[in-house]
Design a protein around this ligand. Structure first.
Ligand code: ACO
Length: 304
């Protein structure tokens, strides 16, 4: 497409991204991330009780990606399902898993964000094909009598904004939500369609409020927050949201330059980078937040 490194970097902050090889799928990436997380958590797959894969790029509607991961892992005692909340999928999954543990329904859960966005891009559309990358990340949550972990979460949605950002499924009416004009402009069906300006405006309006609400729910203030781990869509959205929250950028983990926008995978990837760099310290208050297609957004406050 007609673009340049300069255009991409100044508008998005993206320098690099990863593209899955032909042999890789969302499920194999998810499996690798989950297997590594289980090693760190010192847990055998047979102990896992719940597997949630947040993804917008499953190979199949069913069997779910999570069931494939369950099989690859040999997690013989786990329930498994996929969660569809686009870029907010990991935040939604974390919230669901934590509540399942808090209710006593399960003792532990593996939450995975995994995407092969490269397979659902219109590579002729320079407004979207430069943004997205492939990847996967995973966390293991365990019930504990020691206070900490996920303290509070807020999930929000506004389906009336669904046409700002969409990915039609195989059985979808051939017109994407953006309408016939979009197709006539040469865009391919069954690929990501986006009105970047509208998404940008909406994203910078709503996320900061849900973070502040969640911190309040946890009985804390923004001054208690050590680190924000945002969905890595775009450096300008990350900076705009941090400014709105009054959080300096050195308290924000930024990986968008290395991964691009990996949708549901971006937060667990950023957590993994933050952990490897020693930025996530035991006892620190961490906030993850995301917004994406749906529109769906939310935040989770957790004690690392
Ligand atoms: N290279 C060069 N020019 C481009 C490119 C490109 N890759 N893409 C668009 N342009 C051109 C457009 O054709 C247009 O040209 P024209 O004025 O001659 O018509 C011009 O740049 C401006 O286009 P806009 O779409 O208005 O560009 P904008 O400044 O809004 O930047 C961008 C586009 C980077 C996508 C921006 O809208 C944005 O960051 N939006 C947020 C969307 C996002 O991050 N979505 C990710 C998924 S949702 C989520 O995860 C939160």
């Amino acid at each position: 497409v007609d673009t340049s490194d300069e255009w991409i970097y100044t508008r998005t902050g993206i320098r690099e991204r990863r593209i899955a090889s032909e042999q890789e799928t969302t499920a194999t990436l998810a499996f690798e991330a989950a297997a590594r997380a289980l090693v760190i958590a010192d847990m055998h797959p047979s102990q896992v009780e719940l597997i949630i894969v947040a993804t917008s790029t499953p190979e199949y509607i069913f069997p779910s990606t999570a069931c494939r991961v369950q099989d690859y892992l040999g997690a013989t005692r786990a329930g498994a399902f996929d969660l569809s909340a686009a870029c907010s999928g990991f935040v939604y999954g974390l919230s669901m898993a934590a509540q399942s543990i808090q209710s006593g329904a399960v003792r532990n859960a593996v939450v995975i964000g995994a995407e092969t966005m490269s397979r659902v891009l219109d590579w002729q559309d320079r407004g979207t094909c430069i943004l997205f990358g492939d990847g996967a990340g995973a966390v293991v949550l365990k019930g504990s009598s020691v206070p900490g972990g996920v303290l509070a979460s807020t999930l929000r949605s506004d389906g009336s904004g669904g046409d700002m950002l969409s990915l039609p499924a195989v059985y979808h009416n051939p017109m994407p939500m953006l309408g016939p004009e979009y197709l006539h402009n040469g865009h391919q069906n069954n690929t990501v369609a986006m009105n970047g300006r509208q998404v940008f405006r909406f994203a910078t309006q709503v996320v900061a409020d849900s973070v502040e609400e969640t911190v309040l729910k946890a009985g804390l203030t923004m001054d208690d927050v050590a680190l924000i781990v945002p969905h890595q869509a775009n450096i300008r959205i990350i900076q705009g949201t941090a400014k709105k929250m009054g959080v300096p950028m050195d308290h924000v983990i930024v990986t968008v330059q290395d991964h691009g926008n990996t949708s549901a995978a971006s937060i667990p990837l950023a957590l993994s980078v933050g952990a490897a760099q020693g930025k996530l310290k035991q006892g620190d208050l961490i906030v993850t937040e995301a917004i994406g297609g749906g529109l769906a957004w939310g935040a989770v406050v957790l004690r690392w």
